[in-house]
Design a protein around this ligand. Structure first.
Ligand SMILES: Nc1ncnc2c1ncn2[C@@H]1O[C@H](COP(=O)(O)OP(=O)(O)OP(=O)(O)O)[C@@H](O)[C@H]1O
Ligand SMILES: [Mg+2]
Length: 235
């Protein structure tokens, strides 16, 4: 299979503090993400996983280095271009859902500007994440697992090619977490590129490739010849 590169990150550096307190969250990180792959970034707390994800997603800026996504150099973008990139080109799922609490489930899912126009598609997405009938509820009326599935539906509703997930099961119990992983597995099989951050080795075993980070560096990339299905993952 010919692998085409959808994200190319080169020589990323990002530091905090100075002098004795100088710390590299990213210390010369280069990485290619292939179109359609399920890539996991695995590492201990503080290893730089979220920083890397946020830089790839245009949520954070590196001090140096470049990130080219689908041919666009996002590190050369101005603030407005970057806002459009975040809004239209990539989806995000976070540990703590980041839903807007004053909006209903339906309103949350249709937040993305390109999304609200197709009512049938939105309805199908809400059904696909198992929340049919909950459209007019507010986030506080749903469980954590259900809220995370709203966040996934919102991300998918943009129709972006890439989905970034930072510890998407981190705040969930095992059963709800598994439901979220099943959903991500399906989304991946439909062709979306997924980059997922976790510190859980078992979850990483779902990936096509596992990028191991330590102290702001990629220390190893493992090819996973037999990715586990979400139903086979236990943690
Ligand atoms: N705003 C900040 N100011 C100072 N240091 C920061 C800041 N953000 C991150 N760091 C430091 O950068 C390093 C990498 O942080 P990062 O959040 O990327 O780690 P992580 O691998 O995602 O950890 P976790 O698994 O706990 O989420 C850590 O040492 C962290 O303390
Ligand atoms: Mg993190």
């Amino acid at each position: 299979m010919d692998k085409s590169v959808i994200i190319r990150a080169s020589s990323l550096k990002k530091s905090y503090g100075e002098g004795e307190a100088l710390l590299y969250a990213l210390n010369d990180v280069s990485l290619e993400v292939y179109e359609g792959e399920f890539l996991v970034i695995l590492g201990e707390s503080g290893s730089g996983k979220s920083t890397l994800l946020n830089v790839l997603g245009g949520m954070d800026k590196a001090d140096s280095g470049t990130v080219v996504v689908q041919g666009k150099d996002i590190t050369a973008m101005n603030a407005r271009q970057l806002t459009l990139y975040r809004r239209d080109d990539v989806g995000f799922v976070y540990q703590f859902f980041n839903l807007l609490n004053d909006l209903t489930i339906l309103q949350n899912v249709t937040l993305a500007p390109k999304s609200g126009r197709n009512k049938e598609r939105t309805a199908a997405l809400i059904e696909a994440v198992g929340l049919k009938g909950k459209e007019n509820k507010f986030p506080r009326q749903l469980s954590g697992g259900q809220q995370q599935r709203v966040a996934i539906a919102r991300a998918l509703n943009k129709d972006s090619n890439i989905l970034f997930c930072d510890e998407p099961t981190g705040a969930l119990d095992a059963a709800s977490g598994k439901a979220v992983l099943v959903l991500l597995d399906q989304i991946h099989k439909q062709g979306k590129t997924i980059v997922l951050v976790t510190h859980t080795r078992e979850i990483a075993m779902m990936a096509d490739r596992i990028v191991i980070m330590k102290d702001g560096k990629i220390v190893r990339i493992e090819e996973n010849e037999h990715p586990l299905g979400a139903d086979e993952v236990n943690w």
